[in-house]
Design a protein around this ligand. Structure first.
Ligand code: G3P
Length: 236
């Protein structure tokens, strides 16, 4: 199914489980496709939207072989031209992405760059998922009118200590500030999410989904974990 940003993202894609493959070799090449096929079967079984953010080199194969929404992990706010080593939004869109992460804590940007990238993704009908590290940064990001904000305290990333249970106050504060500035923004949370209860807690706090990485990509049984996430998302 062709996902277009013009459709109502809230209806189409939430609750959303967005899996960030980062630069993990467990989610690269053939293994990226295996993870995508697994995620597709979980999405079909539970009717929960699962998005994937693979490495650039795997975008095309996943977009062609999977019906799940595929996201870039970053794009540069550039138009075609002499930009060696940059990631052209038009190129990843043609490769099949429907959106992109922006300002992930492992790919931090200046405010002006976030602004330019959100504007460009809007112009190109790509969904923008701006990653933030605290409530005030989330409020600033909301003013730039992204489609999604993913609040992720960097100190919890990869720890298995879930933001939704360890730092619920940061999510609540983010929602309060963001809704004051731009009630249209869809709020996700991430960092340390490793089990269904963490997803339940995130949704009960009012977010519309989670951004996860190691809890799925580095799991001994990724399908079992993702199914636990998805089933939790259907019971809130
Ligand atoms: O993009 C999501 C990521 O930063 C969260 O990492 O490994 O704690 O799920 P992890």
């Amino acid at each position: 199914m062709l996902y277009t940003v013009a459709m109502n993202l809230n209806t189409l894609w939430t609750p959303l489980i967005l899996v960030n493959f980062k630069a993990y070799t467990q989610a690269m090449g053939k293994k990226a496709l295996e993870l995508a096929n697994m995620a597709e079967s979980v999405s079909a079984e539970t009717d929960v939207c699962i998005g994937l953010a693979p490495q650039y080199t795997d975008i095309q194969q996943l977009a062609q072989k999977s019906s799940l929404p595929i996201f870039a992990q970053h794009v540069d706010p550039i138009w075609p031209g002499s930009f060696t080593g940059h990631i052209l939004p038009q190129a990843v869109k043609e490769a099949g992405v429907v959106g992109t992460l922006i300002n992930h804590s492992e790919r931090r940007l200046k405010l002006a760059e976030i602004d330019a990238t959100v504007k460009m993704t809007r112009d190109m009908q790509l969904a923008s998922v701006v990653c933030t590290n605290n409530a005030k940064v989330s409020a600033s990001a909301a003013a730039l009118r992204p489609d999604f904000i993913a609040i992720e305290p960097p100190e919890l990333i990869g720890t298995g200590t879930p933001v939704s249970q360890a730092k619920p106050e940061i999510i609540i504060k983010t929602e309060t500030l963001v809704k004051q500035i731009n009630p249209e923004v869809i709020i996700l949370c991430g960092a340390g999410i490793t089990k269904g209860d963490d997803v339940t807690a995130a949704l009960r706090l009012g977010t519309k989904g989670v951004l996860v990485a190691s809890g799925i990509v580095k799991a001994k049984e990724p399908k079992k974990v993702l199914l636990d996430f998805a089933q939790a998302a259907t019971t809130v």
